[in-house]
Design a protein around this ligand. Structure first.
Ligand SMILES: NC(=O)c1ccc[n+]([C@@H]2O[C@H](COP(=O)([O-])OP(=O)(O)OC[C@H]3O[C@@H](n4cnc5c(N)ncnc54)[C@H](O)[C@@H]3O)[C@@H](O)[C@H]2O)c1
Ligand SMILES: O=P(O)(O)OC[C@H](O)CO
Length: 327
């Protein structure tokens, strides 16, 4: 297939390698001239240091070049950039399959990526690819399993067949809502897991946080129309585990720095990669109050990040909530 990748950060670059190895023709769009020049030289040290990038992956600074002759378009940009990129590709878009890799909710609307694309492009060929998949490992061909979800199972199967290989195993799923929400909200829980790492690396606390984090992701997801089972799969529990525990996780890292007493602005300023939970928690905070959905970890994470709450006080408040039944 001719595949166009929009976004040349760590995940866009890494998935380009997977797809090239699978025999596809790959063009990758970047907005950054320095990344463009590096890719031409067979590397992307800004986002994927130490990995050699085959020169047959063709970089371009022109969006029209990745759209016009592509049969399938991959979106590998942050969730907050989706609407503006969708507006830009609208005049060029000719009903190709769009595979979204972004994991987040739009701050101003609380919308999922598929809802944004639906609004702007009236898209009817959408697949979201999500699950435990750090770019740093995928780029090294470390065995990874992931989920391709679509309303149209034929499309999910096309993605499954074209993206899978011996070290990249793709399952299909028909629950777009659950797969998108699992991927977006685990980033918030991972920030709180990182806070625990930064404060003291407490194993008991972190295990509880992952488990109760999954409970609140599931609660929110069901209210939004997701299927409960999706959250015990790769796009739910699987991604939550990897993001809360991995040395590679950007979201966990933000939390760890907060736990060590650093300020959010300072942390973000020194990171060139996106930590989606920092934005998704903003999207969720007001909405969960309005909808009366109980998500105490999400709420406390927001208060620590944006209302200057001491993380130890937040943990104390979580522990002192009204006692209740687990289910
Ligand atoms: N890195 C991973 O391991 C990984 C794995 C799975 C999913 N994801 C998700 O994929 C998405 C992209 O993540 P990433 O890690 O590649 O991010 P990144 O920060 O490494 O790269 C983001 C890319 O998007 C571009 N970009 C940023 N803002 C933009 C804008 N406003 N308009 C156009 N382009 C813009 C950047 O220039 C860069 O090329 C995120 O939603 C992330 O959660 C990442
Ligand atoms: O590095 P993170 O925290 O953005 O997580 C990346 C992926 O979503 C892991 O599957």
């Amino acid at each position: 297939m001719n595949i166009g990748i929009i976004g040349s950060g760590s995940w866009g670059t890494s998935i380009s390698k997977v797809l090239l190895n699978n025999g596809h023709n790959i063009k990758i769009w970047t907005r950054d001239e320095h990344v463009f020049n590096s890719l031409k030289n067979g590397e992307n040290p800004y986002y994927l240091p130490g990995i050699s990038i085959p020169k047959s992956i063709i970089p371009t600074l022109k969006l029209e070049e990745v759209i016009s002759d592509s049969e399938l378009i991959v979106l590998a940009i942050p969730a907050q950039a989706i609407r503006s990129i969708a507006e830009q590709i609208k005049p060029l878009y000719s009903n190709q399959i769009i595979v979204n890799l972004a994991k987040g909710l739009e701050i101003s609307t609380q919308k999922r990526v598929s809802e944004i694309l639906d609004e702007v492009l009236k898209i009817n060929k959408y697949v979201v690819l999500s699950g435990p998949s750090h770019a740093e490992e995928v780029a090294r061909d470390i065995p990874t399993s992931i989920v391709a979800a679509s309303n149209n199972m034929e499309l999910a199967k096309i993605v499954q067949e074209n993206f899978s290989n011996v070290s990249f195993r793709v399952y299909t799923n028909n629950d777009i809502v659950g797969v998108e929400l699992g991927g977006a909200i685990k980033n918030v829980i991972a920030i709180s897991a990182g806070i625990i790492d930064g404060i003291g690396g407490w194993d008991n606390s972190k295990a509880a946080l992952i488990t109760r984090g999954l409970a609140e992701i599931t609660r929110y997801g069901i209210k939004k129309g997701a299927k409960k089972d999706t959250f015990s799969g790769l796009a739910g529990l699987g991604d939550l585990i990897v993001t809360c525990t991995s040395q590679h996780s950007r979201n966990r890292y933000v939390g760890e720095m907060i736990g060590r007493g650093k300020k959010l602005d300072e942390i973000i300023e020194n990171m060139n990669m996106v930590a989606e939970g920092v934005y998704t928690v903003k999207a969720l905070y007001e909405e969960i109050k309005d909808l009366n959905i109980e998500m105490p970890i999400t709420e406390k994470t927001y208060e620590v990040l944006y209302l200057n709450k001491d993380p130890r006080k937040a943990i104390h408040e979580l522990m002192m909530r009204e006692l209740k039944d687990e289910n």
